[in-house]
Design a protein around this ligand. Structure first.
Ligand code: CDP
Length: 233
């Protein structure tokens, strides 16, 4: 195999299984995996913990803008091969996945200054290529020249079911209805915001994984990767 490295952008709706497939592919091909959603979640957690988001969900934008340069977000590799999101040196992996953060993240991610700061960070991480990044705007805004772009979708009910089972497994006390409501609400905000809305890039390959197993979707993605690498040579 040549040592040519490419950028792989995986975008799609909330809880569509993007992260699972992106993480696995990266491990298999020796690329770095970056979960851009985790960055938006970390900013949201900071805002919740520092009184920047009020209990009614309203955001103090000037305070958030002022805080942005003080936020240091990165990822720490774990011995089991996973990675944990770090916010100013603190492991926040568990907190950022909780429904409290999910309920507030899309309005935070709609703020222009937040997107500019995180897009810059994401581009820096992809400078040397050899990266798999998942999110909402990776193929459209962050890396419009990515050699492989995938757009993932599945029905809202299927996505909510998967997320509900995942959270239940972790011991989170949530019910299916509230997870579904969160998925539908985030889809709407992500699709209709002004800044980098969730859109399929014109040159993306579609994947509807509603009735695919994790192994099947991974084989599909590996095949796409090899085709993209051949095209890029
Ligand atoms: O829960 P799920 O895995 O679907 O979402 P996530 O990837 O953790 O992203 C959480 C939220 O961050 C999304 O609902 C979007 O509002 C926002 N986001 C974004 O705006 N742009 C990205 N590139 C990634 C996430």
């Amino acid at each position: 195999m040549s040592d040519k490295k490419i950028i792989i952008a995986i975008d799609g709706y909330s809880s569509s299984g993007k992260s699972t497939m992106a993480r696995r592919l990266a491990a298999e091909i020796g690329y770095r995996y970056i979960d851009s959603g985790a960055m938006y979640r970390a900013v949201t957690l900071y805002a919740l913990e520092n009184g920047i988001i009020a209990s009614d969900g309203s955001i103090n934008r000037p305070a958030l803008q002022k805080a942005l340069p003080k936020l240091h977000i990165d990822f720490m590799p774990m011995t089991d091969g996973s990675q944990h999101t770090m916010l100013n040196g603190r492991d926040v992996e568990t907190e950022i996945r909780q429904l409290r953060v999910s309920d507030n993240v899309s309005p935070v991610a709609a703020i222009k200054e937040v997107r500019t700061a995180l897009t810059d960070l994401q581009r820096r991480l992809g400078r040397d290529k050899g990266i798999v990044m998942d999110g909402r705007d990776i193929g459209t805004t962050v890396f419009p020249d990515a050699e492989l772009k995938v757009f993932v979708n599945a029905s809202a009910e299927m996505r909510a079911r998967r997320r509900f089972l995942e959270m239940n497994d972790k011991g989170d006390d949530v019910n299916y209805e509230e997870v579904l409501a969160n998925v539908v609400r985030r889809d709407h905000i992500d699709e209709t915001r002004e800044e980098s809305p969730l859109r399929r890039a014109a040159d993306a390959v579609d994947l509807d994984n509603s009735s695919m197993s994790i192994d099947e979707q991974n084989r599909w993605l590996e095949d796409q990767f090899h085709k993209a690498l051949t095209r890029a040579k």
